[in-house]
Design a binder for this molecule. Structure first.
Ligand code: GLN
Length: 316
């Protein structure tokens, strides 16, 4: 029987060499896509930035490019707000938001009326607004308590919101206002719309580097337990379920394509970030602000596709 070549054995995986190899392969590709400009402040970001950071469950680190530069994590924060709300609300949460892939863009309104104000999943904007509403119901000071949770999970007290980006999004937040008003009319938003939207825009504005982001998400590769502090962030079952939702819904109407090409659970944001999880192996964060037509980082997806191809390792 054939044995695995050392380069492909998880114990001997030389991620650094693989990152460099991938970069050689794609560095001369024509730039693909545009930065998100519907949030004016995001439109000012240098489109050619590119960073990668991989953290293994054993605490090894591998990085490439602009991996130490902060960027707006945007919808990636929806995973963290879901984790916090799931802990507080338990299974009752699924009465207000589903777990099915939507097959529609992140800011789509079309299904919401048919579905009587119940979003298909927590990673669409509609779903994340319901999660924000749940947190507003549970927390006395939502912004303070949520960022405290994020700092705890990330093991980093410096992580913060970016008011400039939150305000910029608020100034153009017409679609999110439409979504939340529609859900309010169906009774699926319990709090004041402006309070929930303010909280939502703030959580989307959190900034992290690729290194911070991959470290923050490591708990989803370790079945809910923070590998450094041994603190339980989520139960094994909840961590499994959040990974499953990332697999099916993390990239909106490109979730199937991402599974097909990359084969890992992941989440994207319109800031150009992507985080992907290999349970029991690693968490990886990438940043490249040019987005494809589905609002996901073009180069980030390409890089991950080559990573799981070259390492011959994905969850499938
Ligand atoms: N804050 C962004 C919005 O609501 C998040 C979207 C995203 O990252 N896909 O439009």
């Amino acid at each position: 029987m054939a044995t695995l070549a050392p380069a492909f054995s998880p114990k001997h995986m030389d991620y650094q060499r693989i990152f460099e190899e991938i970069n050689e392969e794609i560095k001369n590709d024509a730039p693909c896509g545009e930065v998100a400009s519907y949030i004016p402040e995001l439109g000012r970001v240098d489109p050619n930035k590119f960073g990668v950071h991989l953290t293994t469950v054993n605490g090894e680190h591998y990085s490439f490019g602009d991996s130490d530069e902060k960027f707006s994590i945007q919808s990636i924060a929806k995973v963290l707000s879901l984790a916090m709300a799931y802990n507080m609300e338990g299974e009752a949460l699924w009465e207000r938001v589903g777990v099915e892939p939507s097959g529609t863009p992140f800011n789509s309104l079309v299904q919401l009326e048919y579905d009587m104000g119940i979003p298909r999943n927590p990673f669409s904007n509609a779903g994340a607004l319901v999660i924000a509403d749940i947190l507003v119901s549970h927390l006395a000071n939502p912004k303070e308590e949520f960022i405290r949770f994020v700092r705890e999970v990330s093991g980093n007290n410096e992580i913060d919101y970016c008011t400039r980006i939150a305000e910029s999004e608020k100034s153009m937040g017409y679609r999110n206002a439409a979504l939340i008003n529609l859900m309010k009319s169906f009774g699926n938003i319990k709090n004041d719309i402006d309070v929930v939207m303010d909280f939502y825009f703030n959580l989307c504005s959190i900034e992290m580097t690729c290194k911070e982001l991959s470290r923050t998400f490591l708990f989803l590769a370790t079945y809910g337990i923070c590998p450094e502090t041994k603190q339980t962030i989520l139960s094994v079952s909840k961590a499994k379920r959040i990974n499953a939702i990332m697999q099916l819904c993390g990239f909106y109407d490109e979730a199937g394509e991402f599974s097909f090409k990359v084969g890992l659970p992941g989440k994207s944001g319109v800031g150009g970030g992507i985080v992907a999880i290999y349970p029991n192996k690693y968490s990886i964060a990438l940043w490249s602000p040019r987005l494809n037509k589905k609002g996901n980082s073009s180069k980030g997806i390409k890089f991950l596709e080559l990573l799981t191809t070259k390492t011959q390792a994905s969850i499938f």
